[in-house]
Design a protein around this ligand. Structure first.
Ligand SMILES: Nc1ncnc2c1ncn2[C@@H]1O[C@H](COP(=O)(O)OP(=O)(O)O)[C@@H](O)[C@H]1O
Ligand SMILES: [Mg+2]
Length: 205
């Protein structure tokens, strides 16, 4: 079996940048991996992503959770599980911890309710390790040049994004698999921390 590595954090935390650097490292070191993102990663999932990000019709809170979960179920069944079965390292830009935080802690749902739906969607699949990039959302949005207007989730107000951060920090306390990283470190420092943790956990050699 391969290993599932997930990268979490708010908008502009540096998830995509970290994954690009990790991909370069894996290529240079002949490590067999694939990278994907949530919601998305396949045609069905990208269609669901477009609804979630850009729908001009209101999406109910429960429908939003189910849409994220539907996308996740598709990605797990069609991509993540087969790649893990081939022995690959699968790196995923966001996974269910984002739903627990965005729709749970910062939304109106208990973690238990979200996890019940999540476990159905993933058939119980858990990441082997999760890196959470922690940063003040004010700093993160400054770094990425402002909030993306028209993105349903990104354009929510700053108090929502602060709750998202508090939610992630709460999950870090609860779950040993989640490793918190200071997202204000340099790209090189972050890559170095991730690689050494992956080695320590015997996910790579
Ligand atoms: N470690 C870092 N230090 C400074 N700026 C960074 C760092 N990582 C990413 N950035 C910058 O922050 C912005 C958002 O990064 P990105 O990787 O797209 O975040 P995310 O995928 O989490 O939304 C980009 O402009 C990127 O160049
Ligand atoms: Mg990104």
């Amino acid at each position: 079996m391969g290993k599932l590595v997930t990268i979490e954090g708010g908008e502009g935390a540096g998830k995509t940048t970290l994954i690009e650097n990790l991909k370069k490292y894996f290529v240079e070191n002949n490590i067999d991996f694939v990278a994907t993102r949530e919601p998305g990663g396949s045609k069905v999932c990208e269609n669901i992503r477009n609804i979630l990000k850009y729908s001009d019709e209101k999406i109910s809170e429960r429908a939003e959770i189910l849409l994220f979960s539907a996308s996740r179920a598709q990605l797990v069944d069609e991509f993540i599980k087969p790649k893990l079965a081939e022995g690959k390292i699968v790196v995923c830009d966001r996974f269910f911890d984002s739903t627990r935080v965005y729709q749970g802690f910062a939304g109106n749902f208990d973690d238990k309710e979200i996890m019940d739906i999540t476990n159905f969607a993933t058939n119980g699949l858990l990441p082997d390790i999760t890196f959470y990039l922690d940063i003040d959302p004010v700093v993160a949005f400054k770094r990425k040049g402002g909030q993306d207007k028209g993105d349903r989730i990104e354009e929510r107000d700053m108090s929502y994004h602060q709750k998202v951060r508090q939610g992630f920090l709460e999950l870090v306390k609860r779950e040993d698999r989640i490793v918190k990283l200071d997202a204000t470190l340099s790209e090189e420092e972050l890559l170095c921390l991730v690689v050494s943790k992956l080695k320590q956990e015997k996910i790579i050699e």
